[in-house]
Write a protein that binds this ligand. Structure first.
Ligand code: GUN
Length: 285
């Protein structure tokens, strides 16, 4: 097992597989199309959306781009989503988050057809994942499971500790690990004695949104450490929620930032776009 988990090369392998699958669909006359919506001018969101569109091109998925101004109303956005839901040429719909103030994120997520919800954020898909039914699984947690499996790290029977309980990462992550037969503990800002809990982890997944918060004293010797955070440190260098330099010697495997979890999110989005074709065809049978 490599100590530094190479998210870049594992994500490339997944994108290569997606490219082959996409080409096979094309031969059958099936084109795969993702509609990407961004509202406003958030610079980080623009970079993420740009990377998602680039990945679509590399894999052979068509992308439709909707760049809406900051003053777009909720009603206008909901109307666009409704049009895309009803457009049979569109397989997947992605609305980049966060949305500007004044637009209700929940309402927007709920408006996306669950069969086109390639982010896996719709309550119907979250529920399906919870009870192990087919549906879209949100990309970052799904990517982390792939990262572990493809790095030869067994999940079954392991003590997994997830730090963070967001709807996008922490909660779905804990459910997916449970589905893989791990023993799962979820920690959050009100957890008493966080270190005592994280030190039990065979696999520690950190999604707290605080730069370099997790130092060596939070880690059991030989643990696998997965870092979901991405920040700029005091020297403007990218860093994660984990203090990599402090933790690296104690961990048996660790994801770097950048080049760890980040690229996996996009690879799994490509995978979900291809799955959308399967789910939509099941519906027609
Ligand atoms: N903002 C941060 N992460 C994500 C993501 O995975 N999907 C969308 N749509 N927005 C995000």
């Amino acid at each position: 097992m490599e100590k530094i988990i190479d998210g870049k090369s594992i994500s490339q392998a997944i994108k290569d597989e997606c490219k082959e699958r996409c080409a096979a669909y094309k031969e059958k006359g099936l084109d795969v199309t993702l509609a990407v919506i961004i509202v406003g001018n958030d610079p980080a969101s623009k970079v993420y959306v740009g990377n998602k569109k680039k990945a679509c091109t590399a894999v052979g998925i068509s992308s439709l781009s909707y760049e809406l101004s900051e003053d777009t109303t909720e009603e206008q956005l909901l109307k666009l989503i409704d049009d895309l839901n009803n457009d049979s040429k569109v397989n997947g719909i992605l609305v980049q988050l966060p949305l500007p103030k004044g637009i209700d994120e929940k309402k927007v997520i709920n408006a996306i057809s669950p069969l086109k919800d390639v982010d896996g954020f719709h309550p119907e898909n979250v529920g399906k994942m919870c009870i192990g039914e087919d549906g879209f699984v949100s990309c970052t947690p799904a990517g982390i499971v792939e990262l572990l499996k493809r790095s030869g790290i067994k999940i079954e029977g392991k003590e997994c500790v997830v730090v963070g309980r967001s709807n996008i990462v922490g909660k779905p992550m804990s459910l997916l690990l449970l589905r893989e037969n791990a023993t799962v503990t979820v920690c959050h800002s009100k957890t008493k004695d966080l270190k005592e809990v994280t030190r039990r982890a065979d696999i520690l997944i950190v999604a707290v949104g605080k730069p370099k918060m997790i130092t060596a004293d939070y880690i059991k010797e030989g643990a696998v450490v997965i870092d979901v955070g991405i920040h700029r440190d005091e020297n403007n260098k990218l860093c994660g929620d984990v203090d990599f330099v402090d933790v690296v010697d104690k961990a048996s495997a660790i994801t770097p930032v950048p080049g760890g979890v980040g690229p996996m999110t996009i690879a799994m989005l490509m995978y979900n776009c291809l799955e959308s074709v399967v789910l939509q065809n099941q519906q027609r049978d």
